[in-house]
Design a binder for this molecule. Structure first.
Ligand code: NAD
Length: 513
């Protein structure tokens, strides 16, 4: 296939203009089109201002800036005939019939072009099904804002010519962006994987485990995410994220792992969309969230003696801060237990501890500052409350939650890892692309498979099995990819042998040994 030189972009909105900017910057000749001429003019002005800003900042010379803008022009019309266009990228409204109509015309109008759609939620296969030759169409899913988000999902439809994957991948690489290959499934890779965090956070909120601010604090400080799930939903806007949840969930026929939350639907109806409406899970003043303050807990190592069940390191940490840590439970002390995948009261019951005098501590937090403290329903609050002061004296920021299933961070971490393993299991992406997609597309500090490795795959399985056993909710069923690798103690990144491998070199190797 001829290398790509000339590009047409159809749709000059938020995405089209961003794609135009990065393509012209990378040296391609780009024509921008739209049914609305004003949109094209506005987009060209916008890109010119962005390039000028980069010149002003000294990122490129004025000559380079001019050369970029000289490569970017207004095209005659979205479906104007042109034999010299090598690639058309469509970024118009997210409506299947409109996209199909555009590509049906382009099929004849731009006979030599690779046809690409920037759809985020429609099936590439379905868009291509309107074409006489569906092999010409591929998905190129950019993220907003395109110049800052370097990830692009390359999505072949079922009938896409295999060679287009290479062409599209080379194009994305030349843009200086990072391509990942995603199977044509609802939400592709990133928007599918991105459902784990908000849906589990909303489930936790719905079960009245903790407030949005406390869930955000726990997620940020325990799992190292830059933003908590509720801050993130406020930033994206629930009017955007809730429909994505519904589409991906419906696309997988109601898989409970992708269950949307009625809380989100009601909040959308109320117009509590997030930053853009001034109120979402938080209130905003001049775009700045009004976060509820951390509760004041006066540190006091001597507030009450504690007994740490089965965790010598944590006991030693508390002792070092001056706390009285007893070796055995005592009617005058608070027992601290460290639940994994189950409620605190169950751990207390198993070891014969009095639930009235017991608090749960999420072990995921003990090496960090934020400590999730789980308060069993039967707790005697007058007795257990002073234990928060003991924890504060050891340098922790204790965040109390109710005792529903597993601790908050465990639930969020395990559901993210589990969904990523389900993606690997179904070949929606390679393990490496799943990690890359989460880091670049969702801003996670670690890819979810890396996260599972670092948390310990057996522990992740234990959390999920515990959640499943307690709730009987198939949302928590362990992905076979995860369970098989945990049980065999092999990396979550291991692809594993496939039938076809037996017929190639690997099979020969086995026989000759
Ligand atoms: P937008 O509303 O900002 O822009 C769409 C543009 O398409 C408008 O200028 C409109 O005039 C034009 N248009 C509508 N019908 C047209 C037609 N028949 N022919 C030519 N132009 C037409 O939308 P957007 O946010 O840029 O999204 C465009 C596409 O990119 C959608 O498929 C969307 O799902 C996808 N996408 C959006 C984002 C995002 O965050 N905004 C991210 C990834 C993918």
């Amino acid at each position: 296939m001829e290398p790509i030189e000339r590009i047409r972009i159809v749709g000059a909105g938020a995405m089209g203009r961003g794609i135009a900017q990065v393509a012209a910057t990378a040296g391609y000749r780009v024509e921008l089109t739209d049914t609305d001429d004003a949109a094209v003019r506005a987009a060209l002005e916008f890109v010119a201002s962005m390039i000028q800003r980069s010149v002003d900042k000294g990122k490129r010379s004025a000559d380079e800036g001019e050369a970029i803008l000289a490569r970017l022009t207004a095209g005659a019309a979205p479906t104007a005939p042109a034999a010299d266009i090598d690639l058309v990228i469509e970024a118009v409204v997210e409506k299947l019939p409109i996209k199909q109509a555009i590509f049906t015309e382009l099929e004849t109008a731009t006979p030599n072009a690779v046809l690409a759609s920037n759809t985020s939620s429609l099936s590439i296969t379905a868009i291509a099904s309107a074409l006489r030759d569906p092999s010409r169409l591929i998905g190129l899913h950019f993220f907003n804002p395109v110049p800052l988000m370097s990830l692009v999902e390359v999505v072949p439809g079922l009938r896409t010519a295999p060679a287009l994957v290479d062409t599209a991948t080379a194009f994305v690489t030349r843009l200086g962006h990072t391509p990942i290959l995603a199977r044509d499934t609802p939400g592709f890779l990133v928007n599918h994987l991105g459902r784990a965090l908000p849906s589990e956070a909303l489930a936790i909120l719905s079960e009245q485990v903790a407030s949005p601010a406390d869930i955000d604090r726990i997620v940020r400080d325990t799992l190292g995410l830059r933003m908590g799930p509720f801050e993130l939903m406020d930033l994206t806007g629930l009017d955007v994220s809730h429909p994505v949840m519904e589409t991906v969930s419906a696309g997988f026929y109601g898989d409970p792992r992708l269950r949307p939350s009625p809380i989100a639907a009601t909040r959308v109806a109320a117009g509590l969309l997030g930053r853009k409406t001034g109120e979402g899970f938080y209130r905003y003043e001049d775009g700045v969230p009004r976060l509820p303050a951390e509760p004041e807990i006066t540190p006091d190592a001597a507030a009450i003696p504690v007994h740490v069940h089965n965790h010598p390191d944590f006991a030693a940490t508390l002792r070092r801060s001056g706390a009285t840590v007893l070796e055995t439970p005592d009617a005058e002390a608070v027992s601290l237990v460290l639940p994994v995948g189950e409620p605190t009261y169950r751990v207390a019951a198993r070891y014969g501890l009095d639930p009235a005098l017991t608090l749960g501590i999420d072990p995921l937090g003990i090496d960090r500052r934020r400590l999730t403290v789980i308060v069993p329903s039967a707790a005697d609050l007058v007795v257990v409350a002073p234990a928060l002061r003991v924890l504060a004296a050891a340098g922790y920021l204790p965040t109390p939650t109710t005792d529903v299933t597993a601790p908050v961070a465990q639930r969020i971490m395990a559901t993210i890892v589990n969904l990523s393993c389900a993606l690997a299991e179904h070949g929606i992406g390679t393990p490496e692309d799943i990690d890359r997609g989460a880091r670049l597309g969702l801003g996670y500090p670690l890819g979810p498979l890396e996260l599972g490795e670092s948390a310990g795959t057996e522990r992740v399985v234990a959390i999920l099995d515990g959640l499943y056993a307690y709730t009987r909710d198939p949302r928590y069923r362990v992905s076979t990819w995860l369970r098989a690798r945990a049980e065999q103690r092999i990396s979550l990144h291991t692809r594993g042998a496939r039938p076809e491998d037996l017929l190639t070199n690997r099979g020969t190797d086995v026989r000759s040994r």
